[in-house]
Design a protein around this ligand. Sequence first.
Ligand SMILES: N[C@@H](CCC(=O)N[C@@H](CS)C(=O)NCC(=O)O)C(=O)O
Length: 218
Amino acid sequence: MTNSLIVWGVGTTRTLRVHWMLHELGIEYETKRIESRTGDTLSEEYTRINPKQKIPTLVDGDLVLSESFAILRHLRRLGELPYDDYQQSAAGLAAYDEWVSFILMELDATSLYVIRRHKDLPDIYGEAPAAVTSSLAYFDKMLRSVLPKLAADKPIWGSTFSELDILMTIALDWADVVGAGVPEPAKTYQATMHHRPAYQAAMKHNFRDLQIQTRPDQ
Ligand SMILES: N[C@@H](CCC(=O)N[C@@H](CS)C(=O)NCC(=O)O)C(=O)O
């Protein structure tokens, strides 16, 4: 076992990534329930921990880690998610890098986050209807490009669940929220992931007491 872990942040899709991984691993941790856009992230105490003033942040003893994907990787090294032979092969590792780049850059940063900023948060980031429309179309094109690589009932990388499933499922959840549309087999893949007990427990933990819609059925 490691130091006691503290996760700062709840209530966003990026904090959900971290809570989901911790629930998958069954690692106990403490949650500091600060939220985005409430002023919580601007406090002196939190700014000392994370000068970016963003959530999530993981504190693991002397290690203070921001960036949700980096946190997922660190947690995975602490826990016991198994790797299969493919996942440890050169081809598997290359495919991993390709998936991460694709989900974080093409689906998230250049599509969903642009929509989020300019559709849902125009007071902060400005109105930009053309950017929203083109990002919706771009998301659709990018997602459709990987549909042949997705199976409805299997992890996206190799044969065992990984942090890539966390990234992909939450991207698809977010696509639902912004009305981007999720075609098959991604839709059934997403539903398969939603059945994981750790996803359900993390959803409750992350969104407890918060009026945030994360899926159309919630
Ligand atoms: N790349 C970062 C992004 C973190 C991020 O943008 N967090 C947002 C919430 S989703 C935030 O904390 N914004 C500051 C605020 O709204 O107070 C990560 O993946 O952890």
